[in-house]
Design a binder for this molecule. Structure first.
Ligand code: C2E
Ligand code: CA
Ligand code: CA
Length: 876
């Protein structure tokens, strides 16, 4: 500051006037009386304040002050008091009211008498500078606030690599006070490599020890970014993102390095843990594997935690799933524990469906029952979070155990949030997978396990039976006449019946037993742990449950089923063998007596094999014309003339020899060849009859046997008509033998077709009469013209009076209904005589002839017509 009147440099100095003019030009000057009245002011000052000279002269200097500024006048007072000059920065006010900052010097002017005459104020306008400064200060203030208050940690080193600054965030994040870090060298000592690989949690190093790592790149003038797991002063692991920026001078020399740390633990938890867990789920890893992985990752991030995941089953019991750091023995101890209000931490959390924190297991009442166990495994505290499904069910519990009494910290809380969510996903995924499997493994119609599921369940049952030395039974159940329900009442009724049967079977057995639907009307029950007595009881329950009448579509049905049984281990140790053998036994039951029960027997195996081969052979024989028709003559007893011939099919197989009709007929029924067989017999017998009639052989009628199944065929009347027409035969020369079982057949078309055949003029003959149906009423409904007395009556007629009474009754029925009665199986003279005595007119049997080939029959006929006269004709 230039003070007027200061000694000037002698000699080369400008003139005093010039100097004053220069000052007058650049400084504002104001001359005041000691009590502050303006007596002089220069233009410069007037310009600064925006006043005219007249405005100020004679006025108090306070005119220039801000009215609200209490310090105004202090400087003047100071000078008048001390009589010494005073400098300082002052704030004043312009005429327009705006503030002006002045660097001002107040100089006392002392008169000759030593009194203070004036105070001269010299001032420079520094407003622009002050404002800039204020803005800078404000910015700096904000900056320091920003740096300190941020969640980020900031560390700055000097050119030597020594830490010269850390912000408050550093202390907050890492737990080190500034003075613990400042001055510490962040340099890598010569010959050493930086500390630590940070990538995995196990080798996480203390942040202080790792500082050198952050400066490696800075030294080369490069900035760098890395994500590392470090430990805080409290040994807490923390994932941080580290950005290092070098500050270089104009020559490229490092002046400072600024290191910025950001806590990325949360995102890292999500990224590492979530990523790995989700990836495991995506690749369809089993539940236990996913949960174990979650526990492992969690323990890496928080090594003081021992993690475990427990499932809560449908019965509310704990089922440990994962806990890689817990001994297996511990899991064994808690497996199956029912959840409750005082069942440790996990059992209680599951029960209450909310988190439970036990900071000291040794003294917590909820652990009263399990304290010793916890102590044995070194568990001192724990924390459990229930894993709750969207529908509110508690699926399981995520448990944290600690080796010392304590509670969770912030990191644990963050971990739990993510992990509970992941566990929930894993559980729900597992549940839906199980559901899907169930769908795929169960039968849509009945909800019972299907064939594949049965295989799985049976294999499990066999495995445990093997271990326990237990016996089991496989029961194959096939409904009787189910096809007829389907055909006559429709598929919906059939489905309803199957559902009812499924329920009944399931209800009649214990929970541990297996009931499955194989296909169609086939069910399989598997009794686990079964002794003979229990098998008896179970069979009886199933059979009576099955038999109970049921209403379907307003129709009352009396279901029944044929049962086949194989036993484990007697009949086999593998399920498919047992199933196959139970199936065979069932088949036998069905064949011999539908609705009955059969146990597997070794012979059946043989039969089944044979049956398969026979079936193929039968098909070949039929298609290759290897079947033959034989004819058994029927004799008119009144004059020993030939009444007609019954066509009987014969099959001689090159390997099996003569196969009896009773065997191959039922085979043809089962393998669907019965229709073809019927057509063949009709055509063949018509051809033969026509041939005989043409050649005058003396056989004018044939009767052909048809099975009940043949009457399901709508084309039967057409087939018969064609067979007759092809050989110009009148319908009356053909008789169709049907058995009484045709009447048991509920197929609605059977009666219609019988009527139709009858309508064509073809005779109908009731075969095996007297053996089956107890009511004779049907004779009025069926248009039969002939009865065939079953050969069992004939067989006993000579020795049994009751039989004679019956045969007598039968012939009178025939007479009354105008039906011819043919006696079958007449083998001897005595039988013939008795029959004749009772009025029988037609007979057939070995007494006359067995069934013969067409050629042999012709020979027989020859002999028959030329035989010596009766009374005792013999068979050839
Ligand atoms: P069926 O209709 O009752 O035939 C009479 C059966 O008794 C025949 O047995 C015949 O050989 C036998 N037989 C004849 N006379 C005597 C006798 O004096 N004493 C004894 N004990 N038996 C005698 P076969 O030929 O073995 O036929 C058995 C059954 O097979 C027949 O019983 C018939 O129901 C059926 N069958 C035979 N051929 C055919 C056919 O082409 N189609 C159909 N659907 N069934 C047939
Ligand atoms: Ca017959
Ligand atoms: Ca018969």
């Amino acid at each position: 500051m230039v003070v007027p009147g200061s000694p000037s440099v002698a000699g080369a100095a400008p003139g005093r006037e010039a100097l004053l003019a220069a000052l007058d030009h650049s400084l504002g000057m104001l001359t005041l009386t000691p009590d502050g009245i303006v007596v002089d002011v220069n233009d410069k000052l007037l310009g600064m304040f925006g006043y005219a000279r007249a405005d100020l002269l004679g006025q108090s200097h306070t005119l220039l002050c801000d009215p609200g500024d209490p310090t105004c006048g202090d400087a003047l007072a100071n000078v008048t008091h001390t009589r010494r000059s005073h400098s300082g920065q002052v704030r004043r006010r312009r005429r327009d009211g705006s503030p002006i900052w002045l660097d001002a010097t107040y100089n006392p002017v002392i008169d000759d008498e030593g009194k203070l005459a004036f105070v001269i104020k010299l001032a420079i306008d520094v407003s622009a500078h002050v404002e800039r400064q204020a803005a800078d200060d404000a910015r700096l203030h904000l900056l320091s606030l920003g740096v300190d208050e941020t969640d980020n940690a900031v560390l700055i080193t000097d050119a030597q690599g020594d830490v010269c600054y850390v912000n408050a965030g550093f202390t907050r994040m890492f737990g080190y006070a500034a003075n613990e870090v400042i001055g510490q060298s962040a340099n890598v000592p010569a010959g050493e490599t930086p500390v630590g690989e940070f990538a995995d949690g196990a080798s996480a190093v203390d942040v202080k020890d790792a500082l050198a790592n952050y400066l490696v790149s800075a030294r080369d003038g490069r900035s760098c970014h890395s994500e590392v797991l470090v430990r805080t002063a409290q040994r807490q692991p923390l994932w941080v993102s580290v950005v290092t920026n070098p500050i270089l001078d104009a020559n490229g020399q490092l002046i400072n390095a600024v290191v910025l740390f950001t806590d990325i633990t949360q995102s890292k938890i999500q990224e590492v843990l979530q990523h790995k867990a989700l990836a495991a789920m995506v690749r369809d890893a089993p539940l236990v594997e996913v949960l174990t992985l979650i526990c492992r990752e969690l323990e890496q991030i928080a090594p003081e935690v021992v993690a475990s995941v427990v499932r809560v089953d449908a019965e509310g019991r704990l089922r440990p799933q994962a806990g890689p750091s817990l001994p297996a023995q511990y899991h064994k101890c808690i497996d199956g524990l029912a959840i409750g209000p005082n069942v440790g931490t996990c059992g209680t959390a599951a029960f209450q469906a909310r988190p439970v924190i036990v900071t000291d297991i040794a003294h917590d009442p909820r652990w009263a029952d399990f304290r010793d166990m916890a102590a044995e495994f070194g568990l001192a505290a724990s924390w459990a979070m229930p894993i709750i499904a969207n529908d509110g069910r508690v699926l399981g519990v995520l448990g944290f155990y600690y080796r010392t009494p304590r509670g969770p910290d912030a990191l644990h809380e963050r971990l739990v949030d993510v992990c509970v969510h992941l566990c929930k996903l894993a559980f729900e995924r597992d549940e839906s997978r199980t559901r899907i499997r169930q769908l795929a493994f169960s039968d849509n119609l009945t909800g019972l396990p299907n064939r594949s599921m049965l295989g799985v369940l049976a294999a499990q049952a066999i495995a445990s039976a093997a271990e326990l030395n237990a016996r089991m039974a496989v029961i194959f159940i096939d409904l009787d006449r189910f096809k007829q329900v389907n055909d006559s009442l429709g598929h919906q009724a059939g489905d309803a019946l199957l559902r009812t049967i499924a329920q009944r079977l399931r209800r009649s057995l214990r929970g541990a037993d297996i009931v499955a639907r194989l296909s169609g009307d086939e069910f399989v029950a598997m009794l686990t742990e079964c002794d003979p007595e229990r098998l008896d009881i179970a069979l009886e329950r199933m059979r009576s449950a099955l038999r109970a009448p049921c209403q379907i579509d307003g129709v009352t049905l009396a279901p029944s089923g044929s049962f086949g049984i194989s036993l484990y281990p007697n009949h086999g140790k593998a399920f498919d063998i047992l199933l196959q053998r139970a199936d065979m036994a069932m088949y036998q039951a069905k064949m011999t007596s539908p609705g009955s029960v059969r146990f597997y027997h070794e012979d059946m195996n043989l039969h089944a094999q044979e049956r398969l081969e026979l079936e193929t052979a039968m098909r070949d024989a039929l298609h290759q014309g290897k079947l033959q028709l034989f004819y058994q003559p029927q004799i008119d007893l009144s004059d020993d003339s030939v009444y007609g011939a019954e066509a009987l099919t014969r099959w001689t197989h090159p390997q099996y020899g003569d196969v009896s009709p009773s065997r191959f007929i039922s085979l043809a029924e089962e393998c669907g060849l019965i229709g073809e067989l019927g057509t063949w017999t009709l055509r063949e017998s018509c051809r033969q009859l026509a041939d005989w009639r043409q050649r005058g052989v003396g056989i004018g009628n044939v009767s052909v046997n048809l099975s009940p199944t043949n009457f399901h065929d709508h084309n039967l009347p057409r087939t018969i008509a064609d067979a007759l027409a092809d050989h110009d035969l009148p319908p009356s020369c053909l008789a169709i033998e049907i058995t009484e079982s045709v009447l048991m057949d509920h197929n609605p078309s059977t009666l219609r077709i019988i009527e139709e055949v009858h309508g064509m003029g073809v005779r109908l003959s009731m075969d095996d009469f007297g053996t089956g149906y107890s009511s004779l009423g049907y004779l009025r409904r069926l248009p039969v013209s002939e009865l065939k007395l079953d050969r069992s009556f004939v067989h006993d007629i000579a020795r049994d009076e009751t039989v004679r009474a019956l045969t007598n009754a039968i012939i009178s029925i025939g007479r009354n209904l105008h039906l011819t009665v043919v006696a079958e199986g007449v083998e001897d003279e005595a039988q013939r005589a008795l029959l004749v005595a009772q009025g029988y007119r037609v007979a057939q049997g070995y007494l006359f002839a067995p069934a013969l080939s067409a050629v042999d029959l012709e020979c027989w006929l020859e002999r028959w017509s030329t035989r010596p006269p009766s009374p005792s004709p013999r068979l050839s």
